[in-house]
Design a protein around this ligand. Sequence first.
Ligand code: DQA
Length: 148
Amino acid sequence: MQLLALHGPNLNLLGTREPGLYGSSSLEQINAELRSRATQLGASVDCFQSNHEGALVDRIHLGRGAVDGILINAGAYTHTSIAIRDALLAVEIPYVELHLSNTHAREPFRHHSTLADRAVGVICGFGATSYQLALEGLVQHLRRAAGR
Ligand code: DQA
């Protein structure tokens, strides 16, 4: 099972970016934990971060035919990007949307997601653990869908 973890803008600053809100784990630590847990679950995960919408769209396109499922924290693009939504739907790869913070408990402009209604599921509010929960959920969904 090949998975892709996508991190959007400003998530490269995790660990130092508003730690009261996003926690103290760096993106490298989160990626290492994801890879380790994925291995335990019999999956493999590639991790990609970009501050640029088009780069995220390009990486999603590369997943077509190569990736079974996507974990995506699109950062602020979650609330604005029709292009990322369209790319995810175009490649027809199941995805889980996730956030470190509980976006619904924050400013109203963070309550809307362009991705959520077509996601397998959405996880938010558990800090770095959101990534682990999203991984578990995605792997279980893909296994069920494959009849395994
Ligand atoms: C975020 C929530 C977004 O609203 C914000 O723009 C981010 C991080 C989160 O993980 O909590 O960059 O996606």
